[in-house]
Design a binder for this molecule. Structure first.
Ligand code: ADP
Ligand code: MG
Length: 317
């Protein structure tokens, strides 16, 4: 399988970073490029899950996407990663149009993602689970690997070495041999992030990475996300209900409600935006954009369960 990076050259990340701190991924050899969502609409039957949504995530920034349950956040991630095709609009990484490409091609262009719900076989060790993220970087192919040819063995050793670096970066080294079914919830969520990082992304999509975590796990994940931006230079798109985390981490925030973009800007401005306060508190409960309103005040912080959103209203099915 030929591996191509977004700048058209072959991916060459395998030798990087051995013996030291985790370095920038292979895809980062090209110019830093923004991830641009242009006028994207998605419909499920009569439902407009996304309606003319645009945003621009600057390279090397943390760009949060927030909004009440059912607002369309996960749908937007599914559009960016090629799982859903929009009826209108497109997604670009720099000049490269991603829309219309298959999910594995979009991964190869440098878009990595973790899923809101945990995936992976419970019996497989952590190491093998993270290795799944490197599948598209494998050159020698299944036949050579199955025959245990020397080139395939060498390549596998390099992939394993890289996976161990990524595991160390996430504090998972001691857990590498442990089947994921035996892990604490917070550790499994970190394995999900490690698997996404193992794809060597330039843009990392994190869908509720601290949902269900306790306060200590949340603080650790927040530090990791910051380190992914500052240490690795990776652009992070972050869907998150924990508003204290969003407000402390994000460089920019886009707010969705019922599939529409209702606000976009720096965290402090978005937090004060009356439309945002209305979306979170529900109609008729707004007493002005004061201290008591807004997403930050509505979030108890830390150990909220995954379905405990700061939304004042639930979306009817
Ligand atoms: P969020 O992640 O913001 O909570 P979602 O993007 O998951 O919201 O969902 C947005 C809306 O689209 C919701 O009303 C949801 O029920 C609907 N939806 C999401 N995926 C599908 C699908 N595959 N088929 C039909 N409706 C869907
Ligand atoms: Mg979601």
């Amino acid at each position: 399988m030929t591996v191509v990076t977004a700048d058209g050259g072959p991916a060459s990340s395998l030798g990087q970073g051995t013996g030291g701190a985790l370095e920038s991924p292979g895809g980062a050899g090209g110019l830093p490029e923004p991830l641009v969502v242009e006028h994207v609409s998605v419909r499920f039957g009569a439902l407009r899950a996304l309606d003319d949504v645009s945003l621009r995530a600057e390279p090397g920034s943390i760009h949060a996407i927030i909004g009440p349950n059912g607002a369309g956040k996960s749908t937007l991630f599914n559009v960016i990663s090629g799982i859903y095709r929009p009826v209108e609009g497109r997604v670009l990484l720099g000049e490269t149009v991603l829309t219309g490409r298959r999910p594995h091609q979009i991964t190869a262009f440098g878009i990595g993602r973790s899923f809101q719900n945990l995936a992976g076989s419970p019996y497989e060790p952590v190491l093998e689970n993270i290795m799944i993220g490197r599948h598209h970087l494998t050159r020698t192919g299944f036949l050579a690997a199955g025959l245990r040819l020397p080139a395939a063995r060498r390549e596998e050793r390099l992939h394993r070495a890289r996976v161990k670096e990524i595991a160390e970066f996430l504090g998972l080294t001691a857990l590498l041999p442990v089947p994921i079914g035996m892990l604490a919830y917070g550790d499994r969520k970190r394995v999900e992030v490690a698997r996404a990082l193992a794809t060597e992304p330039r843009v990392l999509l994190l869908d509720e990475p601290v949902a269900g975590m306790n306060a200590a796990e949340t603080a650790q994940m927040a530090a990791t996300v910051r380190q992914i931006r500052d240490g690795l230079g990776i652009t992070v798109l972050l869907v998150e209900h924990d508003m204290s985390m969003v407000m402390s981490l994000a460089d920019r925030v886009t707010v969705l409600d019922f599939g529409q973009r209702i606000a976009d800007g720096d965290p402090a401005a978005v937090q004060r935006d009356p439309a945002v306060i209305r979306a979170y508190l529900g109609p008729g409960e707004q007493d002005g954009p004061g201290e008591s309103g807004g997403p930050a005040a509505a979030e108890p912080s830390g150990d909220a369960a995954s379905d405990a959103s700061p939304a004042g209203r639930e979306v009817a099915p």
